[in-house]
Design a protein around this ligand. Sequence first.
Ligand code: ZN
Length: 382
Amino acid sequence: MKPAVVNAWSRMVLIPAEEGPWNYRWTSTVVLECTCPPMEIRFEKGQTRGPDELPCRPAPNAMSGGVATAETATLEVDGDPGDLREPRDLRRPSPGPEPRPRSIRKGTVQFGNLLPELPFVAARELHTLDLSLVGLRCTMAPETVLVSDGLVHSFKVAPSEERPDAVNVRVFLEHSVSPATREKAGLPHLVILKFSREPVKKVLRGKSVVIDPGHGGRDKGFRGPVNLLEKNVALIVSRNLYSLLRLADARPYLTRRDDVTIEDFDRLRAATSRGADCLIRIHTSGDDDPDRRAYFVRYSPHLESSRALALEIRNALLERMGIDPALVEWDELGRVPVPVVQVEPLCLTHYSDEANFRAPLFQKRLAQSIFNGLMRWYMEKG
Ligand SMILES: [Zn+2]
């Protein structure tokens, strides 16, 4: 067997610590599968690259298909939404040790090992990390792999132009962070780059985000052609977003955790009474004509930062999923002294959109996109 790099992929890993349900080590990894160990791994000094130099294609205006093409395997990062637990700060102290939630034990979520056939944009600076695996050839297609997990933006594996017996790897990162390198013998021989997700936590630690899953109880919202209800979709996406924020040490709060009816007044009051940084309302769009569809990120006109937040979430949806929602100023989101954004990433009354909404992976990606947008909003805000 010739010495070669044959495959590459990325995943987010949770390693539970000894105590506490939210106590864990959280990393992003980039894994290179080789037929034998490299003779040497050489790191170039990390540089910062501007958007012009990124290997990104221009984004078209409409959503393209194929959203679920890239996965090799998916393991739940937060399990069934029923696993959701109250964050520690909202719970009464319990006398005994708390059982660790199933979600954390499950461990990892894996993203694609191929570039999804989706456009993506990166209208900001990313950090790069360059390394060479010496003594190997590149037999995998020299592809850019989009990860977009809030830390690893993407990475590219390609033959070295300088020497034929080396493979270059360039990782684009949202934050400046150095990886720990590990190798695991076997076939394939794995070269693992492990990035601490501490910089993501640093941005979001202690941040108060109120997530409002639309509708609930008697109010079902839109109904899909095969009877998927907006209230249920909104709750699942909201819970996924909640889990991600909780992992990042933020202080998310859900206005409803179950299928219950709540008044708009109470949703808004949750945001104001908790002194939240923002209120994210999760809905779907809908139309009387099942062939028509439009997507929106609506923002309240009452605070300027609402628009900035809406823009970041819209950009993140476009980058991660190829969804290009319209940014709409909307006066009916409620007059509260916090930025309010309503995300309607797909149209539930459209057949194929409803099918997408049913896929757990799709629901997680939606949540990850909104998470990425939020993170960038906080980074811009400083
Ligand atoms: Zn709605």
